[in-house]
Design a protein around this ligand. Structure first.
Ligand SMILES: [Mg+2]
Length: 282
């Protein structure tokens, strides 16, 4: 145990790490990118974020690594659920709505201004083109499914489907719609989906963060469980990948194909196992 009660783990595989060293020189992972729901956080578990994972991330942060929660949630919904989880660690960065980047300045989370401004500008221009066509897509959905479709601050078309099977069918229709608009794409997470600009996703945001931190992809760990995580579960952005047992088959396959770690444990326990795997020199 070190001074703050966290367990220091041997890392680097070569035994070159001296416990208690503040330096991150030997740290194989300098940026940890975790999805939130179903990856870090299990709503019906107690605690919802396991101590094993909190300790691991806390140790890495104490030694200079940075942690980003890379989620589809917006600020208020993430802050509320994080506060309720009452964990003793705090993310250094947030990627919200799968596209906006925020950095903790010691007091609060502040936007990364140039990225977020470009993101807002590009979405506004694209959605201005798309918006007039959206009503027909909403009609198509409403005529066939008991689903909720709406516009919110982040997208002119948002979907909450009745179940994943119907979400798959509506998703396919949304993909057809996207073919008419360069840069328009679907972000899908379970029964939820929305339109977004193809240049902004969990992966491009992670690449931007890596650039800001001056870390290479081999120093980046990423873990996720659903389709909206696929853009960041790419070895071009993070060569240390992990998926928990509850991840959808597409995510497990993508992680396995890129020599990542697919855990037999669910949610945060699976992510902890994945982090340990990569810290132990794999
Ligand atoms: Mg998730």
């Amino acid at each position: 145990m070190n001074g703050n009660g966290l367990t220091i783990l041997p890392v680097g595989g070569g035994g070159d790490f001296a416990p208690g060293t503040a330096s991150n020189m030997s740290l194989p992972i300098k940026l940890i990118s975790t999805d939130f729901d179903g990856t870090l956080f299990a709503e019906f578990e107690n605690p919802p974020i396991p101590e094993r994972l909190v300790s691991l991330i806390g140790d890495l942060q104490a030694r200079g690594a940075k942690w980003v929660i890379n989620t589809g949630r917006d600020m208020s919904s993430l802050m509320e659920v994080l506060a309720r989880a009452r964990i003793r660690i705090q993310p250094d960065f947030l990627v919200l709505v799968e596209r906006e980047i925020y950095q903790h300045d010691g007091v609060r989370y502040v936007p990364v201004p140039d990225w977020n401004a470009a993101c807002a500008r590009d979405h506004a221009a694209l959605f201005a083109e798309v918006r007039p066509e959206v009503a027909s897509l909403m009609d198509w959905v409403n005529a066939r499914y008991r689903a909720t479709v709406y516009e919110d601050a982040y997208s002119p078309f948002c979907l909450i489907a009745g179940n994943n099977g119907e979400a798959d069918l509506i998703h396919a229709r949304m993909n057809e719609f996207c073919a008419r608009f360069p840069h328009l794409t679907v972000v899908r997470n379970d029964v939820y989906a929305r339109f977004s600009h193809a240049n902004y996703n969990k992966g491009s945001a992670l690449a931007r963060l890596s650039q800001m931190m001056d870390v290479t992809r081999t120093e980046v760990f990423a873990a996720g469980d659903h389709l909206n995580d696929l853009p960041m579960l790419k070895s071009e952005y993070a060569s240390r990948l992990a998926a928990p047992h509850n991840a959808v088959p597409e995510v497990k396959a993508a992680v396995a194909r890129q020599r990542g770690f697919v855990s037999r444990l669910t949610c945060g326990n699976g992510v902890a196992e994945g982090l340990e795997y990569h810290l132990n020199g794999h």
